[in-house]
Design a protein around this ligand. Structure first.
Ligand code: HT7
Ligand code: ZN
Length: 854
């Protein structure tokens, strides 16, 4: 396989300052005429234009047809004599046969594009690399009845009708951009319009474009867009720069959304919402993704990436920015808990497995395999650490400098770090290791206390585990926020300190510590590391009740639960009583936000428990977790019922942080009532399901029932299906609820669902809702006979033929074989080998499967 290496970067030999594109659009055959002005930038080589899958019809240089070109590895190679030329090509492509959803494709009658990372080469011949920036002018012609709306990047210039029932439109984007930010959309779309007045007083026309039937579901996305625009001005001083900003929603999309300049294209699940069909989680995710794509206008578009190894420059930073935005819309504490939970669920296992890579990778075979939790979420944590170390003011000065200095250019992670360094005066030399070293650091923290002198000494030591290609690691800079509390009085015994652990080992002294101290460490999850302490169950319970940092409080409870579950799953004594008492204290604390309580009382996931064990035993973990859930449910049943009743007594649906918190609490309480084995649990869940005036309550009840043996289970699933059978996004929830169900027959049910008339691998959301969800169902996926592995491998082999990117993203759970017993490991390896032996396997799947076996 061809490997692209970061060390091999060389500047482009040719620049393309301007490109004019002329599209004659039709689903079966679209003609694309491209006129490129090219200028030599470096070297002496021919002009090399990337391509893939198109039929080349003609090539002209400076207005004259030429035939001295060649095709090498799909690229069009043209010898050019001078330093500046005009190159014209004409190609034909077939959007309706494009199942991989890269380039120009058809989704539900809409023609749309996806060019990041390397989709533009499927539309026309071009140097498809992010450091070639061009001004784009685009003309589209299409049948007016089928495609009444024609959109592209930038501002609209002109439009008109032709005699033959076709029409045309021209768009111009004045901002030079790499081709991965190109977009066009043609379709029968309705628009929810709005406007935003920028800080300098310019009015921007906003449009959310969807099928007419979905128009009523676009209000939330439009409001989120306006809030994002104001937030980026206030928090980062970033103003929008075009006269229009359009978003289009399509049903078939490989990812969440795409930040094309002035014309974002979204997976419809991140646009469409109303209370009847979207959960609170969906509403929050829509706001976060709308904000994320909007924020890319500066962190990604105005300043883009020099090469794809720098992907985290735009993605890590933009995730950090969208996390800050979401934190400001509601409970910052709950948002931080959710983000850390997500990091631990997706990124920690990646960093500990065969696909581990630094946030700035050194090599790749297929770049789309690197749109990972490491690049995005660990990347965001790295930016967060920089913000913590610099402080708010210097961090903002650094980002201002970065935006100013690199505006209109293709930059590197190094440019970003150097800007922060220059603005703050803080030396970030060693910190840069976060960009080059993979693996999750582990920190051991031991606190000793001299009762006589009142001196406490904290000994910290760090190790960074080996990862593929990086057997030995140097120490990282770990910013750890920490504080001591008195075990007797609950008083703070120190101010919060920010300790930078830079060496393998360090000692931190605290003077006049007058009572036995309890350590609160990595408060706010200030560093993305694993902390190991010898804190007792009593100390963890104490912190879960008294720590003044909400994240640390949550974390103490999680650690207490984890210790109990790992002990139980390993056949050792497990102190359920301490967990139950800590939960009770949390439930009784009326000063706490219900949204926080609902997160704090949830047990860690089965996979996170497994991550703590030397060898994952999915059956033992499931039994231990269910047993603890049952005991928590039983012991506190009156409290769960009281919490349920209180949360349920809040009147009709509103979307607000408080109302969301109560709905969350309601479903968490319902889950514990069901876990207790209460005879009326099924009826209670079904009553919630039937009475719900919103999808959050309905889905909460459905997922509780889906895992149960209650008589109401089948009825609820049928009612849900019949009610929403024409709504693809809600049907995804129906598939997902059954794929995640904690039942003995889940695999059989999922195999049936894969044959259901509404199941298709052609739609990535649907594929993820069944296959993706099933492979995170620890017990069912890891069935001892390997049937779960076989099912997933069968689906991925089939999906790879349609959509290699989406298939390859679903492969990593099969690559975790080293974490399991020998029998399961052999079964997983056998499926990976079967995948690798499949004729015609994509390079996306080849890279993931071969690295997973190595
Ligand atoms: N920057 C966008 C990435 C993306 C993408 C990548 C590979 C294949 C399809 C894709 N669609 C969008 C999304 C983002 O991070 O904002
Ligand atoms: Zn992004």
């Amino acid at each position: 396989p061809h490997v692209t290496r970061r060390a091999d970067y060389t500047p482009p030999e040719w620049r393309v300052p301007d490109i004019a594109l002329d599209f004659d659009l039709a689903p079966e055959a679209t003609r694309v005429r491209a006129t490129l002005s090219v200028e030599r930038n470096a070297g002496h080589g021919p002009l090399r234009l990337d391509g893939a899958g198109q039929t080349l019809l003609s090539v002209k240089v400076d207005g004259l047809a030429v035939n001295d070109w060649t095709i090498e590895n799909d690229a069009l190679v043209l010898p050019l004599a001078g330093g500046a030329h005009v190159v014209e090509t004409e190609v034909e492509i077939a959007p309706d046969r494009n199942t991989q959803l890269m380039g120009l494709y058809a989704s539900g009658g809409i023609l749309c594009t996806q060019c990041e990372a390397e989709g533009f080469r499927r539309i026309t011949y071009f140097p498809d690399r992010p450091d070639v920036l061009s001004r784009y002018s685009v003309r589209m012609t299409a049948d007016k009845a089928r495609y009444p709306v024609l959109l592209a990047n930038g501002d609209p210039v002109a439009q008109g009708d032709l005699d033959d029932g076709r029409h045309w439109a021209e768009w111009n984007d004045p901002f030079p951009k790499p081709c991965y930010l190109f977009a066009l959309v043609a379709g029968d779309l309705a628009c929810n319009s709005g406007s935003f007045v920028t800080q300098s007083g310019r009015t921007v026309q906003l449009g959310i474009w969807v099928r007419a039937a979905d128009l009523a579901k676009t209000h939330h996305a439009l409001e989120a867009l306006k809030t994002s625009m104001a937030w980026d001005e206030r928090v980062y001083g970033r103003e929008y720069d075009l006269d229009v900003f359009n978003i289009v929603a399509v049903d078939d999309f490989n990812f969440g959304a795409m930040e094309n300049k002035g014309l974002n294209v979204f997976n419809s699940r991140y646009i469409l919402a109303d209370p009847d069909t979207a959960t609170d989680y969906d509403f929050d995710a829509i706001a976060a993704v709308v904000a994320h794509e909007y924020f890319h206008n500066w962190s990604g578009n105005r300043v883009t990436c020099r090469d794809w190894f720098q992907l985290s420059l735009k993605e890590g930073f933009t995730v950090y920015r969208d996390q800050g935005f979401s934190a400001d819309q509601g409970s910052a504490a709950v948002k931080r808990i959710e983000d850390v939970r997500g990091l631990r669920a997706a990124q920690f296992p990646e960093d500990a497995g065969p696909l581990a890579h630094p946030i700035r990778p050194d090599e790749y075979q297929e770049i789309s395999n690197f749109y990972t939790a490491t690049i995005y979420n660990k990347g965001a944590e790295v930016i967060r650490m920089l913000a913590t170390m610099l402080g708010a003011q210097a961090f903002r000065a650094g980002t201002d400098l970065y935006f100013e200095r690199f505006d209109g250019t293709a930059a590197t992670c190094e440019d970003f770090v150097a800007s922060l360094e220059e603005a703050s005066g803080i030396d970030l030399t060693q910190f840069r290791r976060w960009y080059s070293q993979a693996g999750t650091p582990r920190v051991k923290a031991q606190l000793s206390h001299e009762t006589a002198g009142g001196r406490a000494v904290l000994t910290l030591s760090q190790t960074v585990p080996p990862t593929p290609g990086q057997p030995v690691k140097a120490p990282m800079v770990l910013p750890l926020r920490l504080k001591l509390f008195g075990a007797d009085t609950g008083r703070a015994l120190s101010d919060e300190r920010l300790v930078l652990l830079e060496d393998d080992v360090a000692e931190i002294a605290f003077e006049t510590v007058t009572e036995r101290p309890v350590l609160s460490i990595n408060r706010g999850f200030s560093a993305p590391v694993v902390i190991e302490t010898d804190r007792s169950a009593a100390d963890l319970a104490f912190l879960s009740a008294h720590d003044d940092d909400p994240f640390a409080r949550y974390e103490a409870m999680q650690q207490l639960m984890l210790d109990t579950l790992v002990a139980a799953a390993s056949g050792m004594h497990a102190d359920q009583a301490a967990v139950i008492a800590a939960i009770e204290t949390t439930l009784d604390n009326s000063a706490l936000d219900p949204a926080f309580i609902a997160e704090a009382v949830l047990l860690p996931s089965e996979s996170f428990v497994g991550d703590q064990m030397a060898v994952v035993d999915p059956d033992a973990i499931f039994r231990a977790r269910e047993a603890l859930r049952r005991e928590i449910g039983r012991a506190l049943e009156p409290k769960w019922r009281a919490a349920y009743a209180q949360a349920a007594a809040t009147g009709g649906y509103v979307y607000s942080p408080d109302a969301k918190g109560l709905r969350r609490m309601k479903t968490v309480a319902l889950g514990y009532i069901a876990a207790s084995g209460a005879a009326d649990a099924g009826a209670l869940a079904f009553a919630q399901f039937e009475a719900a005036d919103n999808m959050t309550d309905r889905q909460g009840a459905l997922t509780t029932l889906a895992s149960s043996d209650a008589a109401e289970r089948v009825a609820a699933l049928d009612i849900f299906y019949n009610r929403y059978s024409d709504n693809a996004l809600v049907l995804d929830k129906w598939f997902q609820a059954q794929a995640l169900a904690q039942r003995d027959d889940t695999l059989a049910a999922v195999e049936d669902l894969a044959r259901h008339r509404d199941f298709t691998l052609a739609n990535p959301n649907r594929a993820r809702s069944l296959v993706g969800a099933f492979s995170v169902n620890q017990r069912a996926f890891n069935a001892a006979d390997g049937a779960g592995y076989r099912f997933v491998a069968d689906q991925l082999i089939a999906l790879d033929k349609l959509n290699p990117q989406t298939a390859a993203k679903l492969l990593p759970p099969l690559g975790r074989w080293r974490r399991y017993d020998a029998a399961r490991a052999a079964l997983m390896r056998a499926e990976l080998e079967r995948i690798l032996a499949t004729p015609g396997l994509s390079k996306d799947m080849f890279e993931q499967a071969s690295k997973s076996l190595a």
